[in-house]
Design a binder for this molecule. Structure first.
Ligand code: TZP
Ligand code: MG
Length: 206
């Protein structure tokens, strides 16, 4: 799939550990409600591994394919091959971007950036987009870094006017507009959808 920054507009992330019910049903509702990208992030307390992770990944992958929505895998290079993903999102402590790019020349690659130091030392020319955050307080990620605030989006935008940016961390329907106004191309979110009483309504608002 060819990358286009509009894919970042409503970027839903989750794994089974984030869901109170069948992850397939949660994803299906989010897809029907118009998310523009999905990242399978099976990670942290209660997450699946091995064959079960693979099986769920296959199911979610097929749902995205059916809706023609890009499917990203968080971090897991082995699964990236197995699931024929559209893209891979890596953090600063995962496989180095250079290696990921060598291995997957034609896939979309996203990289998390939380500090100026990370921005300075990252090979941005090798990635398609950057994920910046946590913008607001989040309780979803166990090892979450310190919040960076909307100012961080302005700071990166000033240095890189054209780089595709998706913001992450504590993004809900109420604060999503402020993130776009700050210069992000899109918002990514977990609990805004997984904790929503009405996924359709939440995704519409986002
Ligand atoms: N990376 C930085 S914050 C975060 C990740 C994966 C969690 C975002 O979850 P939520 O529920 O949208 O705050
Ligand atoms: Mg990671």
């Amino acid at each position: 799939m060819i990358f286009n920054r509009e894919l970042l507009r409503k970027y839903f992330i989750m794994g089974s550990q984030n869901c109170h019910r069948d992850p397939n049903a949660v994803l299906e509702e989010a897809l029907a409600a118009g998310i523009t990208a999905f990242q399978f992030r099976e990670k942290g307390t209660g997450s699946l591994s091995g064959e079960k992770k693979l099986q769920l990944g296959r199911e979610l992958r097929e749902r995205c394919r059916a809706h023609d929505v890009p499917f990203f895998i968080n971090d897991d290079i082995e699964l990236a091959e197995e699931l024929e993903v559209d893209g891979i999102h890596v953090g600063q402590d995962d496989m180095p971007v250079k290696e990921v790019r060598t291995r997957f020349s034609d896939k979309i690659i996203g990289l998390s950036i939380s500090t100026q130091e990370e921005l300075d030392r990252s090979p941005l020319e090798l990635v398609d987009y950057i994920g910046v955050g946590p913008i607001f307080t989040t309780s979803t990620k166990e090892d979450s870094k310190q919040t960076v605030g909307l100012e961080w989006i302005h700071t990166i935008r000033a240095q890189f006017p054209d780089i595709p940016i998706v913001a992450i961390g504590g993004i809900q329907t109420e604060n999503a507009p402020s993130v776009i106004e700050a210069g992000a191309d899109g918002v990514s979110f977990i609990t805004a959808v997984t904790e929503a009483d009405d996924i359709k309504e939440a995704a519409d608002k986002l």
